[in-house]
Design a protein around this ligand. Sequence first.
Ligand code: NAD
Length: 328
Amino acid sequence: MDKKTNIGVIGVGHLGQHHTKHYSKIDGANLVGVFDLNQDRCKSVATKYDIKPYKTLGELLKKTEALSVVTPTKDHKKVAEECINKGKHVFIEKPITKTVAEAESLITLAKERGTIIQVGHIERLNPALLPLEKFDINPKYIEVQRLAPYMSRGTDVPVVLDLMIHDIDLVLALVKSPIKEISANGISIMTDSVDIANARIQFKNGAVANITSSRVAKDRVRKMKIFQQDLYITVDFLRSLTEVYRVMDADKTDPSAIMSAPLVSKERHRQIFYEKPTIKKQDALKMELENFIEAAQGKVKPIVDGTAGKNALDLALQIHNKILEDIQ
Ligand code: NAD
């Protein structure tokens, strides 16, 4: 049997407790303990999973090979740096850091120390997105909406860095092209920061992404529409519903698809093939952490590495700064 990776969690608040829960069940992980500045919280989570609550990060680092950093974002750089300096692999929750310079410094340090950085852009593993792997994705236009009712948690950062950054990472993963132009606007409603934002990103290959994020909506919405030549895909992340419409020559057959009546377009006999792939029920956080353990064991590459995390942060900050220019 493969050796298990000794793992610890730093910061066991709202999200860190879920990291702890998953590591306690992942085959390749040996959950050693947790550390939190709030020692009461540290003890209560440790008791629940029958592991050791650590009083200092230094003590936890001595016993582990890999760690999840689930502290507030402002502390990611300091905490992750301490881990990497001791040669440990780190899974850093999103956003990777507060600034691009901080992210770059962690990436350089990890390269020097030969350690892995993985970033918690969890939507990459959303089961509703997995059917896209079957298609040759080359989007011309992407429309994304992520709306959430107001909650005080997460409002220490603007909506672009809290919610929109998930979609920014997805769009960057789907459109593999440099950015040509960004326009953005946003408003503040409930907090002193921007609560609703819209960004239009034009890529050098001609693709355009239009992303709307709000944390003052009545209902939760998380939807993405992808348009490209002969293909239209809608993904509802919340309902785990993916629908695929393909336009193909009428003489093609696809037993998995429902076909429209034949239509004539561009003087060719075409048909629309509709498909609703079965979505497996899977916990995206668990899958992310399993990927991290395997990456720490050198078996796979991290799904979202430090550079991808930095690129998402970089674009998010550019969008946020555009919004601020407009507001001032
Ligand atoms: P939280 O405030 O609920 O928990 C943070 C915990 O870290 C607290 O228990 C706090 O005592 C502890 N802490 C603070 N500074 C520390 C330090 N230097 N060392 C050790 N412990 C420290 O926050 P949260 O909502 O769990 O968010 C944590 C991180 O996760 C943030 O970066 C946030 O952006 C990210 N997050 C990501 C997602 C996602 O969808 N991937 C969702 C929510 C939060």
